[in-house]
Write a protein that binds this ligand. Structure first.
Ligand SMILES: Cc1cc2nc3c(=O)[nH]c(=O)nc-3n(C[C@H](O)[C@H](O)[C@H](O)COP(=O)(O)OP(=O)(O)OC[C@H]3O[C@@H](n4cnc5c(N)ncnc54)[C@H](O)[C@@H]3O)c2cc1C
Length: 484
């Protein structure tokens, strides 16, 4: 580290940290970026890069009318108004400008409809009435590459493989960090160290619902997601919010990787609960699907037949014909010659399961789903061929559950300026937080694909801007202005 004092120190070089560092430099601050791993990027780099935002140039080019007020209403309603409206309003207002800033830096999002997270464009990634899921070229990796280029252009000093250990506080104000046992000083510090998904004891404490998945639980968040922000909060006794919330994706009990690697269950499948009944659109957005599954009586099963198994594409680790057969041979996936026998093994009423399958066969293979409207979701995914009937033995039942831990929402409570708050709700002078580390935007319900990346980059940008302002005007302890 070439100097011993900086305007701004940013802890963590993922999406939030890079957005904060570049923005602070744009506002004239000298910035030191610390990253615990040997490369930048964190979970942001692993992500699809889906970014939820309202009133963007991409939406306009596609003739889609949207505004921050509408986004705000949807966001708050989906989260049962359990989040602070002022903070969420700032996020909804600033997500669009942040996306435009990224486009200005070089992120490519073509103005075309995207049917999945791998196709750059605009998708309906959640349950929103207006399409807001912006998919960038090269996904999260592409976002990080563009931000890193901007970082280098600003000459931001970056130290890799250096984990910030603690915060330095003097006279109530944060004046630096200790990293590798070295004290480094700054007028403002931004905590952007990501979430805590990789720390089992913190998951126990702050997101215990994840452990309902038992041995099926697996974590896809980046290795640096160790929850250091919660240790910093404890150290300086600042407020923590968002306990109990995070994103678990529904998976098969045998999956161990994100679906890009694991593969996808067969399209011609139904989800059945402990009553033997279908209860949801099997392709519902993960904004709502996890909650729907978790609320079912008994276990949730994916039921399909032999042609569906044999039709699974190769090239994946889990959802391939051989793996499903091997699980069935081992007795962990249920396999039966008749639906009655399958129901018996699932422990559900045979009459109900038979009726459920009959009803499916009368509907979806003919293009409609009166009860759960799955045909709409399939159309949005660009899936034009109707699913097949479930009619040829052997029949399979695979237990499905929310078990893929993607991100966590408990963190340092922030206000609209991304300032960290103490336990009385007052700003901690000199300290900002963003991304999964800065809590208050990510709520009980994940607002569709793009919620977390948008949070990281939008709040990171706000944190960087306000940290630079504070650093450059001295040590005023007053509240920073909201937004950028
Ligand atoms: C596989 C996957 C797919 C996803 N897809 C999407 C998606 O498409 N859209 C979406 O909205 N969300 C998605 N998410 C979630 C989203 O990517 C994250 O919530 C978001 O990117 C987090 O950004 P962040 O900057 O807070 O954390 P990160 O990007 O994880 O960055 C935190 C950084 O801080 C570093 N760090 C940690 N502790 C320290 C320390 N003490 N000192 C220094 N450095 C430290 C870490 O190593 C890391 O590099 C996905 C997540 C995963 C894992």
């Amino acid at each position: 580290m070439s100097e011993d004092s900086w305007d701004v120190i940013v802890v963590g070089g993922g999406g939030a940290g890079l957005a904060a560092a570049v923005t602070a430099a744009e506002h004239g601050a000298t910035v030191l970026l610390l990253e615990s791993e040997t490369e930048l990027g964190g979970s942001t780099q692993l992500s699809a890069g889906l970014f939820t935002a309202a009133a963007t140039s991409v939406q306009r080019a596609l003739g889609i009318e949207d505004d921050a007020k509408r986004f705000f209403q949807h966001y708050m309603d989906l989260n049962h108004w359990m989040l602070k409206p002022g903070l969420v309003r700032t996020f909804c207002e600033q997500s669009g400008p942040t996306l435009e800033w990224l486009i200005g830096l070089g992120v490519e999002i073509p103005a075309r409809i995207s049917s999945n997270a791998h196709m750059p464009g605009l998708s309906q990634a959640g349950v929103e009435d207006v399409w807001r899921g912006h998919v960038p070229k090269d996904q999260g990796y592409g976002l990080i590459q563009v931000l890193d280029k901007a970082r280098r252009a600003h000459g931001i000093e970056t130290v890799l493989a250096t984990r910030a250990q603690s915060l330095i506080r003097e006279h109530g104000r944060i004046v630096g960090v200790v990293a590798d046992d070295v004290e480094v000083r700054a007028n403002a510090v931004v905590i952007a160290s990501g979430g805590f998904a990789q720390d089992a004891s913190l998951v126990d404490r702050y997101f215990p619902a994840a452990h309902a998945a038992g041995e099926s639980l697996f974590v896809v968040a980046a290795p640096g997601s160790r929850g250091d922000h919660l240790r910093f909060a404890q150290e300086i006794e600042s407020s923590v919010t968002g306990q109990g919330w995070g994103l678990l994706l529904p998976t098969a009990y045998f999956q161990r990787h994100h679906h890009w690697t694991s593969g996808f269950p067969p399209k011609s499948r139904i989800y059945v609960n402990g009553l033997g009944r279908r209860f949801m659109d099997e392709d519902a957005s993960y904004a709502v699907s996890t909650g729907i599954m978790a609320a079912q009586p008994g276990e949730v099963w994916a039921v399909f037949d032999e042609p569906a198994r044999l039709g699974l594409p190769s090239g994946y680790t889990d959802w391939v014909p051989e793996r499903v057969a091997a699980e069935a041979d081992a007795g962990r996936t249920l396999r039966a010659a008749t639906l009655t026998e399958l129901a018996d093994r699932m422990g559900v009423p045979a009459e109900a399961l038979t009726h459920t399958v009959t009803r499916w066969n009368e509907q979806l293979p003919h293009g409609s789903d009166e009860e759960f409207l799955r045909h709409r979701t399939l159309a949005n995914k660009g899936s034009s061929a109707d699913p097949d009937p479930i009619a040829q033995a052997p029949y399979y039942a695979v237990r499905m559950l929310p078990a893929e831990l993607v991100c966590t929402h408990a963190g340092m409570e922030i206000d609209s300026a991304a300032t960290v708050l103490d336990r009385n709700g007052n700003p901690v002078p000199g300290l900002f937080a963003a991304g999964e580390a800065g809590a208050g935007v990510l709520g009980q319900r994940y607002v569709g694909g793009g919620n977390a990346v948008a949070n990281a980059l939008t709040m990171g940008r706000i944190a960087g801007r306000n940290a630079a302002r504070l650093a450059r005007r001295g040590t005023s302890a007053g509240r920073a202005p909201a937004g950028v």
